[in-house]
Design a binder for this molecule. Structure first.
Ligand SMILES: *Cc1c(COP(=O)(O)O)cnc(C)c1O
Length: 336
């Protein structure tokens, strides 16, 4: 199967499974799982932060991060299409009594400073929730958020007494695409949540990084949220393996996404809307979407052509350049 639905679909490789099987373990709720400790330290160091905390999912890592920054009745500024707002079940509001203030994105994925400024609540007025945090996402729908913008937005936030959080589910893609070290991508933020179950190829796992104080608060919330795991070194070992073996190769996924976009551009009935890092967004002739999805599935290619909307195709470590050529050939054949 060639699965282009998401970069979450990767399966652990034999070498990754071997690393999991042979990891030294302890009880991480008691703080003595050596593999978890090693991962947390390695990721924090790479991200240029003091401390790290392992989570079973990015959703939980983002939420515990928000809870470590904000209290009940506080508010965070966040993109209208951001994962931490739209795709996490409203967790900040539901479980943490933190009010989201969604902001419309600009075309490049950024949140315009004038819109942020307009949404900032005056301090000391009991009418309003207290604006406490700016949350950004990088990459956003595959897009690399411009470094100048990140600098300006986080400077603006700090100038208004706000903390800053990055949903860096794919911040390694951002680092590889911009040719910059991870620490440089993370430097403007007080906290960053990093996924290992996307392009890095681990079956589960995210790490939240930040100051020692912030991570101590997040550890408490992680326990409250049900994320205190015991011999979780068995999972952390997969993330350590990914950190050591699967970061630089993200460049191949980006090259494969370019190859895919270029190939699709040559096919009548397909309109490529964008290609950034490992994601391609395309529109397929509406009347043929369902038939195309079914025909591709019969060919062993998983992607869901969305009727009347953008279809997302994602490359990852289980998709080779030969696979991409097969996909292009199959789409061309079925739309002919
Ligand atoms: C995948 C993802 C997350 C976390 O999702 P989980 O499935 O809970 O690990 C957070 N933010 C973004 C942008 C993501 O793509």
């Amino acid at each position: 199967m060639i699965d282009l639905r998401s970069d979450t679909v990767t399966r652990p490789s034999p070498a990754m499974l071997q690393a999991m099987v042979s990891a030294p373990l302890g009880d991480d709720v008691m703080g003595d799982d050596p593999t978890v400790i090693q991962l947390q330290q390695a990721v924090a160091e790479r991200a240029g932060k003091v401390a790290g905390l392992f989570f079973p999912s990015g959703t939980q890592s983002n939420l515990a991060g928000l809870m470590a920054h904000c209290e009940r009745g506080d508010e965070y500024l966040v993109g209208q299409q951001a994962h931490t707002y739209k795709y996490e079940g409203g967790g900040a509001a539901v479980l943490a009594s933190i009010q989201p203030q969604p902001i419309e994105h600009a075309e490049d994925g950024s949140l315009p400073l004038e819109k942020l400024a307009a949404a900032l609540k005056p301090e000391g007025d009991p009418h309003f929730a207290r604006t406490r945090l700016l949350a950004l996402e990088n990459t956003f729908h595959g897009k690399l958020i411009p470094a100048d913008y990140v600098r300006a937005a986080t400077d603006w936030a700090r100038g208004h007494g706000l903390a800053t959080h990055l949903d860096g589910a794919r911040v390694f893609n951002a680092a590889v695409a911009s040719g910059k070290p991870l620490a440089e991508m993370c430097q403007p933020f007080d906290s960053v949540s990093i996924c290992f179950s996307k392009g890095l190829g681990a079956p589960v796992g995210s790490v939240l990084v930040g100051s020692a104080e912030l991570i101590a608060r997040a550890r408490r919330w992680r326990k409250v949220l049900g994320g205190g795991l015991r011999q979780s070194g068995v999972l952390a070992a997969a993330c350590l393996y990914a950190l050591e073996h699967n970061v630089e190769r993200l460049a191949q996924d980006h090259a494969n996404a370019r190859l895919l976009a270029d190939g699709l551009r040559g096919i009548t009935g397909v309109r490529v809307l964008s290609q950034d890092t490992n994601m391609v967004f395309a529109e397929f002739e509406p009347a043929r979407c369902d038939a195309l999805t079914a025909a591709l599935a019969a060919d062993g290619i998983l992607m869901r052509a969305v009727y009347g909307g953008p279809t997302r195709l994602v490359t990852h470590l289980d998709v080779s350049s030969a696979d991409v050529r097969r996909v292009i050939e199959a789409v061309a054949r079925h739309l002919r």
